[in-house]
Structures are given as C-alpha cells and as structure tokens.
Design a protein around this ligand. Structure first.
Ligand SMILES: O=C(O)C(=O)C[C@]1(C(=O)O)C=C[C@@H](O)C=C1
Length: 273
C-alpha cells in the first residue's frame, strides 16, 4: 500500500486487501525456502568468522548487512517496515513526509517472529540435513521474515482503523482506560474474517504448492502413480497462520491500543472553560 497517499489509508477494507496480498507473498516465500535443506549451521552462532568481529549466526550476519543497506535507502522510515537488527545507519535519502496514520509507538515484535520462524516454521517446511546452499537458504529466510514482519505489524494500522471507527471508539476508550486487555482482544476479534482467511489460505497453499499444466490443470499425480509432493504442506501454512500469524497480529493490535490514549486528547470530550 502506498502510505504516502493521503486518502483512505485507514479504510479497513483496503487494509484487509493488503493482508490478502501478503498471504500470497508469504506462501511463495515459504515455497522458495522449502526447496533447500534445513542447513542448521546457518542458524548457529559462532560457526563462521566475520572480519568485523560479528559473533552471531550466518543468518544474523546476512540480515544485519542487508538491513544496513536498506536503512540507508530509508526503508525503516516507512511506518509499515520494521528491522530485525540494530544499530542501523541513518538514511542517505531525505526524509519522506508520510501523512500521519499511526499514533506514535515503539512496538516491534520481530524477535518473537524470528524465534517462531526458526523453531516452528523452518523445521516443518525444509528437509532435514545440509545441502551447502547457505546463501540461497539465508536469502529465502530473509524474504520469509520480512513478509511475516510486514503482515504482523500491519496490525497497528488495523487497530488504528478500528479505533477511529465512530461506532466503536468510545468502547475502545473505556477498555483502554480500564487496561482491559481481554476486553480489547474480544472487541477487535472478528471470527468470521479469521475463518474465511483460513479457508482461503488452505486453497491458495494447495494451488500454489502444486505444478500447473499448460491447460491450467493442477498436477496432483506424476505420470505413473507416485503422488506429487506438495511444495509445502497446506496444513503447515494454515497452522502457521492459526497458531502464530493471526495471534501475533492481534497481540500487536492490543499493544498498540493499550498505548493509544497516551498523549491523546479526545476531540469528542466536552471542555469546560
Ligand atoms: O481483519 C481484521 O479485522 C484484523 O484484525 C486482522 C485479523 C488477522 O490477523 O487476519 C486479526 C483479528 C481479527 O479477528 C481478524 C483478522
């Protein structure tokens, strides 16, 4: 989404469209990573020596080097982009004037995303073992992590959109003042949207994970009778969203809303002079 546009940036329908598009990005990124073996040595600190004294893993090194370049071209000044590493250099490009969308906040859940990705996702989509394709697998890891991070931090925009809904704002204000985390979680939850998302995701993962013929048929079986392997199991993608992506997006929404009234003046409150 172009966050420099002034109109309609917080329309819930538009934000949900962004999430739908990011489903494709995430599924394809996972498919790309799944062609390589687990390559555990790329995740372990201290395996390689880096001439600048870096002590982390190969993936950590690669990510930090990439984020330094991306930071110089002002990637992390955009309100929908969050880095995994620090410290990062200042941008060499002039600052862009993004129209205000989000209430100022410092929420960044990338370390949770990294932990879950390494513990839960990579072992489920990659074959065990080592195929020596360390650069290729780390490149794909970065793509998966960045796509997941963008999707999950979009929760901030969704939360802002819900807060600005005149039909709900006063209820949110009461729940935020009462620090009622469960009440906020319940109010922002839309089970119909979640169920539709999971059904759509399963269909996408099945279709994108199979080869398609010239006529557009999905090849479910090879010639002979060996079933073609799905590039990634649809169940893993659905499980990933159900147990990790949606809950963490909702956590971001709740954290954002809990701080939403800090330094904010309610324009609808009556002022006495
Ligand atoms: O679409 C919304 O309303 C969201 O808040 C996003 C989202 C999701 O992560 O996909 C999270 C919570 C809702 O229950 C439904 C969907």
């Amino acid at each position: 989404m172009n966050l420099l546009e002034k109109d309609n940036a917080l329309s819930l329908a538009r934000l949900r469209d962004v999430l739908i598009r990011l489903e494709d990005t995430i599924i394809f990124a996972l498919i790309e990573r799944a062609q390589f073996a687990l390559n555990a040595c790329t995740y372990q600190p201290g395996v390689y020596e880096y001439n600048d004294g870096y002590k982390g893993s190969f993936l950590g090194y690669f990510l930090h080097e990439m984020e330094k370049v991306h930071s110089r071209v002002r990637r992390y000044t955009s309100p929908d982009e969050y880095p995994f590493t620090s410290p990062l250099p200042a941008p060499i490009l002039p600052t862009l004037d993004f129209p205000p969308t989000l209430h100022p906040n410092h929420i960044n859940v990338n370390s949770d995303i990294m932990d879950r990705y390494l513990q839960d996702i990579v072992p489920k989509i990659c074959a065990p073992g080592d195929d020596l394709n360390y650069g290729s697998s780390a490149t794909r890891d970065v793509e998966c992590l960045q796509a997941l991070s963008k999707r999950i931090h979009y929760g901030k925009f969704i939360a802002e959109s819900k807060f600005q809904d005149p039909a709900q704002q006063q209820t949110y204000i009461q729940l935020i003042r009462a620090k009622d985390r469960d009440g906020i979680m319940e109010l922002l939850t839309n089970r119909t949207v979640e169920a539709a998302l999971l059904r759509r995701l399963r269909r996408k993962a099945m279709i994108y994970g199979h080869d398609i013929t010239e006529k557009g048929d999905i090849i479910l079986e090879d010639e002979g009778s060996t079933p073609t392997q799905q590039k990634i199991p649809a169940d893993v993608v659905v499980d990933l969203y159900e147990r990790f992506v949606i809950p963490l997006t909702k956590e971001v929404e709740v954290e954002y809303l809990l701080k939403r009234l800090d330094g904010w003046q309610d324009p609808s409150a009556t002022t006495s002079s």
